[in-house]
Write a protein that binds this ligand. Structure first.
Ligand SMILES: [Zn+2]
Length: 419
């Protein structure tokens, strides 16, 4: 595990496990901490134990404290919870769907439960002749490979994006034109778009010389990893193995193109193209390429739609994403690295971060989406929440009043990992 230049190879992921389990930043941080790299020894067994423990934590319901400890009441309560969850699913297409509640009612299985339900709604299992056992295995792997210890980039965020994606796929302008393959890929990309997210952003991976940064040459590092992990799980589960090879390969490529579109540093590129299409009124959804572009846009919207939700949900997401930034800032402070933009809890307040995010990232995209939908009822609802939430953060910032100057450059925002 030691390289000649004194760094500990983080290639354990490739050696011991599939690459998709390999993005634990703390392992790399240990290298920075130790004064003499050679004094720091990992043997393969230690790494293996560490990773399998993570997996154990993920899977253990009791450890997560979600199941009552009295064995007698367990099943009754479970049934009651699942009954309520089933009731919620009957309203899965409504914009005020409370994904946090749904996640509690399903014992932390919101992503798997939601995806199975939506696949049934669209008849995708029948259409693609999917094997239910393989589908469950695939979805379980995706859900488990999200890090539940991340305040923001966890399986609940994935479920939330999937639910938003479903709402967008139902938009009248889009719904009638979409093929079963479009719907399948849209939902799959939403569910897997942040899988195995390490809870830190790309600049952090680059400056700590994480193996993923060099593997993907410092470009769309996280998004590439989310995609390649998804492909790994698709192949491991055999979900698409019954399809003709060129068809499953094409699906893998399209999933990649969708997931890579969530890279927030490519925001302008997509926004300009979208705006141009709307100005020229030349979107032709009979064309597969135009439908694919709209799926990319829909996924991007779903990924950053938190400020368009009702305040109570929106506020929770804001606090979670900022908590994740602050944790990165704390790690950077601890290891004497420069603290990344938006990651300094003392300087960057939640209201300030949110106002910048809304003004420079969310509003410009949703204004175009609003135009695309004609505007639809949902779009009007979302814009209403967006403006109200922004005003509310402004009031809170004013009340906070602890900082005179806000970071407000798009540049700062696009460097961070909101998506
Ligand atoms: Zn995301």
């Amino acid at each position: 595990f030691h390289l000649a230049d004194g760094r500990v190879s983080t290639g354990h992921a490739g050696v011991l496990l599939a690459e998709r389990r390999g993005s634990y930043p703390l392992i790399d941080l240990c290298i920075l901490k130790s004064k003499s790299p050679l004094s720091f020894k990992y043997n393969s067994r230690k790494v293996k134990r560490l990773l399998s423990f993570q997996r154990y934590c993920h899977n253990s319901r009791l450890l997560r404290g979600l199941v009552p400890h009295t064995p007698g009441s367990l099943h009754l309560l479970d049934d009651d919870y699942l009954g309520q969850a089933a009731h919620m699913l009957s309203k899965v297409g409504t914009w005020n769907f409370d994904i946090f509640l749904f996640d509690r009612l399903t014992n932390g299985n919101s992503l798997v439960t939601l995806m199975c339900h939506l696949f049934n709604v669209y008849g995708l299992i029948h259409h693609f002749q999917l094997d239910m056992v393989k589908l469950h295995r695939f979805l379980g792997m995706v859900q488990d490979d999200y890090h539940s210890q991340n305040p923001y980039h966890n399986a609940v965020h994935a479920a939330d994006v999937t639910q938003a994606m479903y709402c967008y796929l139902k938009e009248p302008k889009l719904a009638e034109q979409l093929s079963p393959a479009d719907v399948f890929l849209g939902l799959m990309a939403a569910a897997a778009h942040d899988v195995d997210h390490p809870g830190v952003n790309q600049p952090f991976l680059i400056k700590t010389r994480h193996h993923l940064a060099s593997l993907y040459q410092n470009t769309s590092v996280l998004e590439s990893h989310h995609w390649r992990s998804t492909v790994g799980m698709l192949r491991e589960s055999g979900l698409l193995s019954h399809l003709p090879p060129d068809m499953s390969q094409d699906m893998e490529q399209q999933l990649g193109s969708l997931i890579l579109a969530t890279d927030i540093s490519r925001q302008n590129e997509f926004l300009l193209t979208f705006r141009e299409h709307l100005d020229n009124q030349d979107l032709d959804l009979q064309l597969a390429s135009h439908r694919h572009f709209m799926l990319q846009i829909a996924l991007k919207c779903a990924d950053i739609c938190n400020p368009c939700r009702v305040w109570e949900l929106s506020r929770q997401w804001s606090e979670r994403v900022c908590e994740e930034f602050y944790r990165q800032g704390d790690m950077e402070r601890k290891f004497d690295l420069e603290i990344s933009p938006l990651c300094n809890q003392q300087a960057d307040s939640v209201p300030t971060i949110q106002i910048g995010f809304i003004s420079y990232i969310v509003e410009p995209l949703f204004e175009e989406w609003h135009r695309f939908t004609d505007p639809s009822l949902l779009s009007q609802t979302m814009m209403g929440h967006l403006h109200k939430n922004k005003a509310r953060w402004s009031l809170l910032r004013y009340a906070h009043n602890s900082e005179p100057q806000a970071h407000s450059q798009t540049e700062l925002l696009t460097q961070s990992s909101f998506s």
